[in-house]
Design a protein around this ligand. Structure first.
Ligand code: FAD
Ligand code: NAG
Ligand code: NAG
Ligand code: NAG
Ligand code: NAG
Ligand code: NAG
Ligand code: NAG
Ligand code: NAG
Length: 541
């Protein structure tokens, strides 16, 4: 049964779970008391408005409000001893200092969209506090310099909305889900519809503020270029609590064009997907075409469907001839296309219910919550038609009903940035990324194993066709199947199993930065970067 993630974490975690339940309450209570006393010791009255312990009536609602994956709502999961929703940078410093002096672990949560719930649950023995950044969400835009300071708690939808209110010709290249938080998203990379033109969200960060393990607040200048490098793709939570990012806004035209064209197997989907692999990453960088592969029904018959979904940074009049020239086989017609403003395109790509407006981008919880398990891959060489046909077979199997693959093309700006410019290493040579997805509902949860088995079988099938040595993965699509750190003690060699998948050689430099800024490994979690406990410098490694 996969009703809790405990079945897929290594046995060592199961042992710790047993220990957790047998941990004497008195010890927990002492830590708890000590921590709260410490928080109040600064005589800062406002802190008591934002401390939630299990006895506060709103503890559960605060805990659950931004949990995106209800797999992790189970009462079996380990809950935080305390949740704090800081109102100021000072509050964050206070929590870090008091947690450290009371032997509490910290989990930092911005939007709560971590695929494995690591921003609000812990498989470790040590009690923990959640620092929830929701109230540190100021957006301050300077249209002159085309930059903005944004609090880590800002949701992407609110950010896009605020930018569009200042100017219809400014945007930001980040993800498509409006409730994803800046803190996790940008520190882990951040991909979206503007990635081919402008790179990742992390590629467009020009300054940051972070609270380090010693409680100090640093900006780019005082943290230095190594730490500033690490928190633009290496994940923030290994290094401290990111308070805010200063981002570079980018130009978008007044009119953009979107389309979504679906083709089933009977409508040449195999040939089209095969062909798309050769051209998707080479298209004009104003043109993004993603492909969604799902099971579908056509005339009562089960089939596989490829949905070609696109954003073009220009008008229909320019897009139609461009498609005629670069991808005529898709047979795009003028009437398939819709012209929108850039901010309206953000609604189009958001998965908000149809009929949603630009103002719905600022809603804090627009999604019906579901159970999910996702995985990721990078493709370096087009997959043959025969192999694609083998893939389609998986979509006819038991458990494939809610399966989906999203193929996102690379190229453009992504190919111009070197693999070591930021910790995100999947640049030139990766022609597209795959996200493997499965989801299921509350009613189906008793049979959740069939969906999880399906996605693991699919992932296994794909092995020969995707990147190898290492088989790469995207940090923001976190996957604990790739491996986890041991409680409190992280061997560099063990961590490098998953670390190399997310970061390739950049993992060494990340571990070096970690050694410099947090040698005692205070900021640790199941997939945090371990300190590089070696006299070797990463440069010689
Ligand atoms: C519905 C949905 C759609 C998505 N769409 C996209 C997409 O289009 N493109 C894309 O690239 N990704 C996408 N993602 C993945 C998303 O980018 C990651 O899950 C991201 O890490 C979420 O950030 P968060 O702040 O919402 O999550 P959280 O769960 O709050 O945090 C994620 C991780 O970052 C850490 N963290 C969070 N805030 C801070 C902080 N202030 N300081 C230090 N560490 C911090 C957490 O501790 C955790 O380890 C999507 C996810 C979901 C659930
Ligand atoms: C939670 O309860 C404690 C103790 O009763 C109280 O001090 C605190 O203010 C409460 N928190 C909130 C946010 O109301
Ligand atoms: C207490 O916290 C509030 C809000 O975070 C802040 O504005 C204020 O300056 C703090 N007061 C002291 C004494 O630190
Ligand atoms: C998996 O991907 C889908 C589609 O992008 C997303 O809605 C879902 O939240 C993701 N899974 C998890 C575990 O959050
Ligand atoms: C903190 O944020 C929550 C959710 O956005 C909000 O309901 C609450 O009023 C905020 N608290 C304060 C004190 O601003
Ligand atoms: C294409 O398929 C997608 C995903 O299955 C569906 O949401 C959409 O409505 C379809 N579009 C058209 C034009 O048929
Ligand atoms: C499929 O491709 C063939 C040629 O390769 C073409 O004749 C046919 O019209 C296409 N079918 C569809 C539905 O596009
Ligand atoms: C953890 O690592 C430290 C070195 O950092 C070592 O001294 C200690 O023995 C290790 N503990 C366990 C339980 O492995």
């Amino acid at each position: 049964m996969e009703t809790t993630p405990s079945t897929k974490v290594p046995r060592i975690f199961l042992c710790s779970l047993v220990l957790i339940f047998s941990m004497p309450w008195s010890t927990k209570a002492q830590i708890h008391e000590g921590f709260l006393r410490c928080l109040h010791s600064q005589n800062n009255d406002s802190i008591s408005q934002v401390i939630y312990t299990p006895t506060n009536t709103s503890y559960n609602s605060v805990l659950q409000s931004s949990i995106q994956n209800i797999r992790f709502l189970s009462p079996m999961e380990r809950k935080p001893l305390v949740i704090v929703t800081p109102l100021s940078n000072f509050h964050v410093q206070l929590v870090v200092n008091c947690a450290k002096s009371n032997d509490l672990q910290i989990r930092v949560r911005s939007g709560g969209h971590d695929y494995e719930g690591l921003s609000y649950l812990s498989y470790y023995l040590q009690p923990f506090v959640i620092v929830d950044m929701r109230n540190l969400s100021r957006i301050s835009i300077d249209t002159e310099s085309k930059t903005a300071w944004i609090g880590a708690g800002v949701g992407l939808g609110k950010l896009y909305h605020a930018i569009a209110e200042k100017s219809p010709n400014l945007g930001f290249p980040a993800g498509t889900c409006p409730t994803v938080g800046a803190g996790g998203h940008i520190s882990g990379g951040g991909e979206g519809t503007l990635t081919r033109k402008y790179g990742l969200a992390a590629d467009n960060v020009i300054d940051a503020k972070i609270v380090k393990a010693d409680g100090a607040i640093l900006d780019r200048k005082s943290m230095g270029e190594d730490l500033f490098w690490a928190i633009r793709g290496g994940g923030g939570a290994s290094f401290g609590v990111i308070l805010a990012y200063r981002i570079q806004l980018v130009s978008v035209p007044s009119i953009v064009t979107v389309f979504s064209v679906n083709r089933s197997l009977e409508q040449n989907a195999t040939k089209l997907v095969h062909l798309w692999q050769h051209i998707g990453y080479r298209l004009d960088r104003d043109l993004l075409i993603r492909v969604f592969i799902t099971q579908a029904r056509s005339g009562g018959k089960l089939t596989v469907q490829a949905a070609f979904q696109s954003l073009y940074l220009g008008t229909v009049a320019k897009l139609v001839p461009l498609m005629q020239e670069s991808f005529p086989e898709l047979g795009l017609r003028r009437e398939d296309c819709t012209e929108l403003s850039w901010i309206e395109s953000a609604v189009y790509f958001s998965d908000l219910p149809s009929g949603s407006t630009v103002d719905d981008l600022v809603r804090s919880s627009p999604y019906p919550k579901n159970y999910y398990k996702n995985k990721s891959d990078y493709v370096v060489e087009p997959i043959s038609e025969v192999a694609l046909e083998g893939l389609w077979k998986r979509f006819f199997e038991e458990g494939a009903e809610a399966g989906m693959l999203i193929l996102s093309p690379s190229g453009g700006r992504m190919f111009e940035i070197s693999d070591s410019e930021t910790p995100y290493p999947h640049r030139a040579g990766n022609i597209y990324q795959i996200q493997h997805i499965t989801s299921w509902t509350e009613e189906e949860n008793a049979n959740s194993q069939r969906f999880i088995d399906w996605i693991r079988r699919l992932y296994k099938y794909m092995a020969p066709f995707v990147s190898k040595y290492p088989r790469a993965a995207y940090l923001n699509y976190r996957d604990l199947d790739l491996g986890t750190n041991r409680e409190g003690n992280t061997s560099f060699a063990q961590a490098s199993v998953w670390g190399m998948k997310y970061f390739k050689k950049n993992f060494y430099r990340l571990a070096h930065v970690k050694q410099e800024v947090d040698p005692s490994n205070f900021f640790r979690y199941e997939q945090s970067i371990p300190p590089f406990l070696s006299s070797l410098k990463w440069r010689n490694a």
